[in-house]
Ligand binder design. Structure first.
Ligand SMILES: [Zn+2]
Length: 436
């Protein structure tokens, strides 16, 4: 069990006890059993099964070229699940009027005329050979056998694999944060989402394909040795948008993974990479509109999208960026909800901005250091000077004191004292030059 299993189990304790998905089936039903299971399905489930039957029949007709010699092409089929029961139901008929359980509809390529018929009357009504008619019949049996897998899973009460589906969404979130993301299989994703909507078990091959996608994304996460922290709230928000509009979600997701501008640029943009000046402008614009009322913020961004630079990117991308920015600011999650080239560009200029902010600070610090060392040396110098002058003064006072003492005994000292006083006066009251 990998780390993602643990996260999903922590977030979805209610699906902990689900048993593992079947690995293969070998069961095939008789026609009667098949219709019995089919009849018990809900309307949505029947629509889902019909859709897949239609797809299989279509492929069978195309691959085998049954109607190559004719003007007819297979168009559709209809089922009356309550054929020959007392339930009121729209009845289905062959061209000859025979009531049918399964009705095939073919269309003329030349005239557009439609013809309805049962599987056993292809030879009669379409004038194909008996051989071709029996090939068609065999082909339709192959379709039945392929459909048995779904009916069998349903019969086993095998639920839609919700745990795997959630784990796949978690994987998609991690994948979006990788340097080398995997492009998910859109068809697979949409098919599985349809089964989920109808609360139906999925094909075993689809289950395995989903598992493979998850595994490859997990491997890449480990390969990049990136510790990615996906928050529960981000995950649930993401999951909700996937549930609201599955198709839009996977299409957007795929476009947003692209490193180049192909998914988001307009015809006006001939560039392969947008310049930093563009992102700087967008960045300052976002900061500016942050406290604007929403309508004004929208208008301002719209105006930017009409400038020669702004026209490089599709207007709806700006709308999305603004929406996510107003919601999250420049938090990590904001960058993961916008297209990759926009994410990388904005992060690049933000990083440069940070570095630029740091470097004048550095210079300031350096100047401060220079200043302080200078200041320090001045202080030391002043201190030395002060000490020097103090000692000079002290010496002078000492001399003056001695002369004063002597003056009392010898009045001639008066003149010596006066001369000395005149000589040192300047030095005594001047902190400046002490060299003397
Ligand atoms: Zn007929």
């Amino acid at each position: 069990m990998d780390a993602w299993d643990e996260i999903v189990k922590e977030w979805y304790p209610e699906i902990l006890s689900k048993k593992s998905y079947p690995l293969k089936i070998s069961k095939h039903y008789t026609s009667a059993q098949r219709w019995e299971i089919y009849e018990r399905l809900t309307k949505n489930q029947r629509a889902l099964v019909n859709k897949h039957r239609r797809y299989l029949i279509q492929s069978q007709f195309l691959e085998e070229n049954y109607l190559l010699a004719t003007d007819w092409v297979f168009e559709d089929f209809k089922v009356n699940p309550f054929f020959r029961t007392s339930r009121r139901q729209e009845k289905l008929f062959c061209k000859c009027g025979r009531e049918l359980k399964v009705q095939y509809i073919v269309k003329s390529q030349k005239t557009g005329e439609r013809l309805t018929l049962g599987i056993s009357h292809f030879a009669e009504h379409l004038h194909v050979s008996e051989n071709v008619a029996s090939s068609i019949s065999q082909g339709m049996t192959r379709v039945d056998l392929a459909m048995d897998e779904l009916l069998w899973l349903k019969q086993q009460n095998c639920p839609f694999p919700e745990e795997l589906w959630q784990k796949y969404h978690l994987a998609l979130m991690y994948n979006n944060r990788l340097k080398q993301p995997k492009i998910p299989n859109k068809k697979l994703y949409l098919r599985v989402a349809e089964f989920r909507e109808a609360a139906f078990p999925i094909y075993i091959s689809d289950y395995q394909a989903l598992q493979k996608e998850i595994d490859s994304m997990y491997r890449q996460t480990q390969l990049e040795e990136k510790t990615i922290h996906v928050k529960k709230t981000d995950f649930f928000e993401n999951r909700t948008s996937a549930e609201i509009n599955t198709k839009a979600f996977i299409e957007t997701y795929q476009i947003f993974l692209k490193k180049d501008l192909s998914g988001i640029r307009t015809e006006d943009c001939q560039l392969t990479k947008l310049p930093d000046s563009y992102f700087q402008e967008l960045l300052s614009l976002l900061r500016k509109v942050k406290h604007f009322p929403p309508s004004l913020a929208e208008k301002t961004i719209q105006e930017f999208s009409d400038t020669p630079q702004g026209r490089w990117i599709q207007p709806q991308i700006y709308k999305l960026i603004l929406e996510k920015y107003l919601l999250h600011g420049f938090k990590e999650v904001f960058f993961y909800e916008i297209p990759r080239p926009m994410r990388n560009g904005l992060l690049r200029v933000l990083k440069k901005e940070k570095e630029a902010m740091k470097s004048p600070l550095k210079k300031e610090n350096q100047r401060n250091t220079a200043d302080s060392s200078e200041k320090k040396s001045v202080e030391e110098w002043l201190l030395v000077k002060k000490q020097a002058s103090t000692s000079t003064r002290k010496r002078a006072f000492d001399v003056l004191q001695q002369l004063e003492g002597l003056r009392k005994e010898d009045p001639s000292i008066n003149k010596v004292l006066h001369d000395y006083y005149v000589k040192i006066k300047e030095k005594l009251f001047d902190d400046g030059d002490t060299s003397g």
